[in-house]
Design a protein around this ligand. Structure first.
Ligand SMILES: [Zn+2]
Length: 451
C-alpha cells in the first residue's frame, strides 16, 4: 500500500477515488457493501467537476478509462461541520489569561479583553486566523457565536458579514448572537434581533443573567424565553442557545426552553448547547426534560472539550466529573445530537486549533462514545449539517461537493491512536494546498510575554 506521501490525487477534472473506506453514518443514503467492525464500507467515488458524481461499492465500476487513485482502504470522510464555536473570542489567550481556569474567571477575563481590544481589525484578524486553521484541518462549515453587547455588536457582526462573503467558496460560515437572556428585554433586544436578521444570522443567548454565572434558573425565565421566541418568530430566525453550562443541578433551564418552543408554536429550529447540569439532575427530571425536548424538536450540541476544561474546576482540588451532558440518553430519546469545538485559545478554553478531528477524538474519550463506535461519526458530519442547514457538506453524497478528508488510518482505532496530521484535505475534487497559519501572524501584542 502506498505511503500517504506517495498518494497523488489526480489533477484531472474527472477521476475515481478507489477503495475509500467511508463510515456508513457519513453517507447521505445507505449503500449495500461489505462493512467493517466500525460500520464503514469500502467504496469507489467518482469525482467530476469538483462534485462527487457517483458513490458505488469498491470494484463495481469499470472506471471508464479515467484516471484513478487507489487509497488502499483508508478512511475517507466528508468535510466536517463545527456547529458551535466562538471565532470572535479566539486566540486571545496570550494577552488575557483566565487567572484560575474557572467559568467565572473566563467570563470576567473575556469582558476585560473585549472592552480593551475588540476593534474591527482585531476581531477580523483573529476570526480569519481561526477560519484558516479550520480550513487546513478539513472543516467545511462553521457556526460561530458572536458576543453581542451594546457597543460591540455592530463591529463584530460587520466583520462576520464580510468574512462570510470573502470565505464563501472555502467555508460556509454562519453566526448566532450570544448575550445573557435578560439583555434581550426592551429596545436593546429589538435592536439586536434586527441586526441579526439584517445579517442573516441566528438569534441566540445564554440562559443566565447579566454578570452572573449559571446557577438556579434566572428570574422570570419563562417570560424572557417568550420574549426570545417572539423576537425570533417575528423575523423568521432560528434559535441557538447556551443552556445550563454548570454542574449546579438547580440550573434546569432546558425543560423551560422546550416548553417555550411548544407554548409559542415556534416554527424555526431550536438548538441548545452544553446542557451540562442535566447530567447531575435526578432521573425523573432528566426523563421529563428529554421527553419534552423530543416533543419540541429541540436539537442538542455537546461541547465536551470545553466542558471538561471548565466544569468542576476548583482551587487545589482535582475534578470529580467530566462535565458533559447526557449524549447517549439524548440520542436514545430521539433527539438529534451533535458535537462542536467551542472555544479556542481564549479564557473559556486555553487550547485548541479549530480541528474537528481533534474534537472528535477527544469527545470519544471524554463521553465514552466507543465500544462500539456505532454511528458516532454522525455527530460531527451529518448531524450538525442537518441541525444548522449546512448539507450537503458534512456527508458523502452523489451530487454533493467533493469536499473530503483522506486519512492514513484505515479504521477508527487507528484514527483515534494517531493525531492524523498527515491527512489530505480535498476541496472541489482537488488536493487542498492550505497550511496552518503561523502564530506570529496574530501580531506583536500576542507574543510570548512573561506572565
Ligand atoms: Zn459556546
Amino acid at each position: 500500500m502506498a505511503h500517504m506521501d506517495d498518494l497523488s490525487i489526480p489533477v484531472s477534472a474527472k477521476y475515481w477515488l478507489r477503495k475509500a473506506r467511508v463510515p456508513a453514518a457519513m453517507l447521505s443514503r445507505p449503500i449495500v457493501a461489505a462493512s467493517d467492525a466500525d460500520g464503514a464500507v469500502l467504496l469507489d467515488l467518482s469525482i467530476a467537476g469538483g462534485q462527487i458524481e457517483a458513490v458505488v461499492p469498491a470494484g463495481a465500476s469499470a472506471y471508464d478509462g479515467l484516471p484513478s487513485v487507489d487509497v488502499g482502504g483508508r478512511l475517507v470522510w466528508p468535510g466536517l461541520v463545527d456547529m458551535h464555536t466562538h471565532l470572535d473570542k479566539g486566540h486571545i489567550v496570550d494577552r488575557t489569561t483566565n487567572p484560575d481556569g474557572t467559568f467565572t474567571g473566563a467570563r470576567l477575563a473575556t469582558i476585560a479583553d473585549r472592552g480593551r481590544y475588540w476593534t474591527e481589525q482585531d476581531v477580523r484578524r483573529r476570526m480569519e486566523f481561526g477560519l484558516r486553521c479550520a480550513l487546513a484541518h478539513g472543516v467545511a462549515a462553521i457556526r460561530t457565536h458572536i458576543d453581542s453587547y451594546e457597543g460591540q455588536s455592530e463591529i463584530s457582526w460587520k466583520v462576520f458579514r464580510e468574512l462570510r462573503d470573502a470565505w464563501r467558496d472555502k467555508i460556509v460560515l454562519q453566526a448566532a448572537s450570544i448575550c445573557p437572556i435578560d439583555l434581550l428585554e426592551g429596545d436593546a433586544g429589538i435592536g439586536l434581533a434586527d441586526l441579526v436578521a439584517r445579517s442573516g444570522g441566528v438569534l441566540g443567548g445564554v440562559t443566565r443573567a447579566f454578570n452572573e454565572d449559571h446557577s438556579e434558573n434566572v428570574t422570570s425565565l419563562d417570560t424572557l424565553l417568550d420574549r426570545l421566541f417572539h423576537l425570533a418568530a417575528e423575523r423568521s430566525l432560528d434559535i441557538d442557545l447556551h443552556v445550563d453550562e454548570t454542574g449546579d443541578p438547580r440550573a434546569a433551564s432546558l425543560i423551560h426552553v422546550a416548553d417555550a418552543a411548544i407554548r409559542n408554536k415556534f416554527k424555526g429550529k431550536v438548538v441548545c448547547g452544553h446542557c451540562c447540569s442535566l447530567a447531575v439532575q435526578p432521573d425523573e427530571l432528566v426523563r421529563e426534560t428529554l421527553r419534552r425536548c423530543a416533543d419540541a424538536g429541540i436539537a442538542i450540541v455537546s461541547l465536551p472539550i470545553v466542558n471538561m476544561y471548565l466544569q468542576d474546576r476548583m482551587d487545589a482540588r482535582t475534578p470529580r466529573w467530566r462535565g458533559v451532558t447526557l449524549i447517549r440518553e439524548m440520542r436514545a430519546a430521539g433527539l438529534e445530537v451533535a458535537i462542536g469545538g467551542d472555544n479556542c485559545r481564549d479564557p473559556f478554553h486555553a487550547y485548541g486549533d479549530h480541528d474537528m478531528v481533534d474534537t472528535f477524538r477527544q469527545a470519544i474519550r471524554i463521553a465514552h462514545l466507543d465500544h462500539p463506535f456505532g454511528d458516532v461519526t454522525r455527530l460531527i458530519g451529518p448531524a450538525p449539517a442537518a441541525i444548522i442547514g449546512a448539507a450537503p457538506f458534512g456527508m458523502i453524497t452523489a451530487g454533493g461537493p467533493a469536499r473530503l478528508i483522506l486519512f492514513s488510518a484505515r479504521n477508527l482505532n487507528e484514527l483515534m491512536s494517531r493525531p492524523q496530521s498527515d491527512r489530505i484535505v480535498i476541496k472541489d475534487g482537488k488536493r487542498l494546498d492550505a497550511e496552518l497559519p503561523d502564530y506570529a501572524e496574530l501580531g506583536e501584542e500576542l507574543s510570548l510575554a512573561a506572565e
